[in-house]
Design a protein around this ligand. Structure first.
Ligand code: BEZ
Length: 213
């Protein structure tokens, strides 16, 4: 099934290192990041799971985001692997890792790419909002570890642009100037919505300080 931005993230019930998870119930009123791994006991994945673990409270929870990993091995393998991750990445993994030996979730989310050499998942990321809508997807090859700072940056952009009539420009990061949506044309509306002022570089390119800072 091909999933698109704006689709409802498919719901599922699957075992995890923290017991059986019904995905939509587990998300609740939070945002969620679901990210897949080719296999347990692999080097790149070990570093990724460690990085996410170390960002869980300091960065993801701060943004009301829950994180959940998936790998097509068993929950029992995941539990053994977590011991290695904790030991080598100086962390204590406290988010769930879904077991997916039956490929139920990885097929539902189209994480298996037959052209990629074997039947293990590629590195997919799904950013899902509290309405269970898929808001962003990013797919990396197996050989490239993900940049989780970029994933946090995308979440910042989504949460900002949900609340203000702005978009975020290239390489934007939290605190930088943003652009006013081209659909906002009325000068009075601009003044009211952007009291910090704005710069008109071109009629279609207007920058303004980040409204929530
Ligand atoms: C890894 O996580 O290290 C990895 C997994 C599959 C292919 C290449 C690297």
């Amino acid at each position: 099934m091909s999933l698109r931005l704006g689709d409802i993230a498919p719901d599922f019930t699957q075992d995890s290192t923290q017991g059986t998870i019904n995905f939509h119930d587990w998300i609740g009123d939070s945002w969620a990041v679901l990210f897949s791994h080719p296999a347990d006991f692999t080097p790149v994945c070990t570093t990724e799971l460690g990085v996410v673990s170390n960002l869980k409270e300091s960065e993801f929870a701060k943004r009301n985001v829950k994180v959940i990993a998936i790998s097509v091995d068993s929950v029992s393998d995941h539990n053994d692997w977590i011991e290695d991750i904790n030991e080598t990445q100086n962390t204590k993994v406290s988010y769930p890792i879904l077991g997916d030996r039956d490929h139920k979730v990885s097929e539902l989310y189209d994480m298996l790419h037959p052209g990629e050499g074997d039947s293990s998942p590629v590195r997919s990321v799904f950013i899902i909002d509290p309405n269970k809508k898929i808001r962003a997807t990013i797919t990396y090859p197996k050989s490239t570890g993900r940049n989780f700072d970029e994933i946090l940056r995308v979440i910042d952009s989504l949460q900002l642009t949900d609340n203000y009539s702005v978009a975020t420009p290239a390489n934007w990061k939290d605190g930088d100037d943003v652009v006013i949506l081209p659909t906002i044309k009325d000068p009075e509306e601009i003044k009211q919505k952007f009291p910090k002022g704005h710069t008109e570089v071109k009629p279609y390119l207007r920058t303004t300080p980040q409204p929530n800072k």
